[in-house]
Design a protein around this ligand. Sequence first.
Ligand code: IMP
Ligand code: MG
Length: 431
Amino acid sequence: MKADVILGLQWGDEGKGKIVDLLAPGYDIIARFQGGPNAGHTIEINGSKHVLHLIPSGIFHPNITNLIGNGVIIDPYIFLQELTLLRGKGLQPENQLLISNRAHLILPTHRLLDACSEKCKKDKKIGSTLKGIGPAYTDKTARNGLRAGDIFNPGFKDKYNTLKELHLRQLKSFEIPLQDILMDGHDLVTYENNWFSALEEMKKLAFVDSEIFLNDSLASGKRVLAEGAQGTLLDIDFGSYPFVTSSSTSIGGVCTGLGIPPSRIGDVYGVFKAYCTRVGNGPFPTELHDETGQLLRDKGNEYGSTTGRPRRCGWLDLPALRYSILINGVTRLVMMKADVMNALTEIKLCTSYNVDNKHISLPSFVSQNDHFEPVYATLQGWAQPLPCDCPVENQPKNFVDYIEFIETSTKSKISVISLGPERNQSIYKAD
Ligand code: IMP
Ligand code: MG
């Protein structure tokens, strides 16, 4: 068998969580391959809203195994909170959850380092979620990190203290009083206590060599769906660096974050919103600062599910979408939230960028740094509600035109259209 993949094509928050939950019944295993508690995957089932940060979005299907892969980084305290929340909803997530021994841990001092590093950037802030993502991945590549499998070793506390001491020395150089920095309302001492208690709880879960487990599972005919977090435009290599996250959010992250070879990758579902949003700083060529932007924010409830921050909103950016499709080898496009634009009489799409009077159809290194203007096409809005129980060909003509415009200009087919947060608000489109 081959593993299929769901990943984001924009700046995250595309709605991957809903799509993973929707497609999950076709799979035996859902495996998260990168990111950490910076992610916020929202799933709505029968009117109840669930937000997941670390636990894969297949957890609401009782017969599916959910795996946290080696490419993910885990804060035990946040992980336990999530587990407790799910238990409160009547689930027993521990029965269907596996953790890779090789997943790295986010220490409390990683969060302090994140906070100090952002503070020092002054007006150049990345807009990090401050969950310790950058510093934890830095320690991974610097070969200092602690891994999930280490927590069972008798020497774990010593290793923890060694790394913490290193962090405290690094923190001194920022000259910021540490007592001023709270993490989810806690100072270092309290957070650390909570962290270690959570670690004891975490030990009761199942830890595996997930790369072997996954390859064995695929060889024995099990169906695997790899779940990404954030989006391609936040990728450490291909995103709008330095305004990115610290992991490979694109297709390469599936191989390194799960240990499965490229030859074992099947369909790649690329999820995008019918418009664009971005939370945090960095370039956003099609951003709207007007009432249309506010309408998208309000109707789309575009507020961060991890941090509550208002998301920046703008028109669909086709050069960026083409780029993400290219990088990931997307085989199936999934379009989310077109219903948010139901009230608009006119809709714009950015078709290219004008850089020094040259039109370019893909973002380039130059266009990330120099001044450039988005070039727009304007389509008529459908200006009416979109029915979820009706095939695409019977949808309002202006909506069909919008879909076809995107398909033509990306040379890709849209397979699934989501018109609301619930599972049944989804239309499958024939190829
Ligand atoms: P970090 O990964 O928390 O360091 O944040 C780096 C950048 O990625 C910031 O602009 C964040 O707002 C953004 N970011 C991180 N995770 C997500 C996510 O899950 N959705 C949307 N944006 C994210
Ligand atoms: Mg999100």
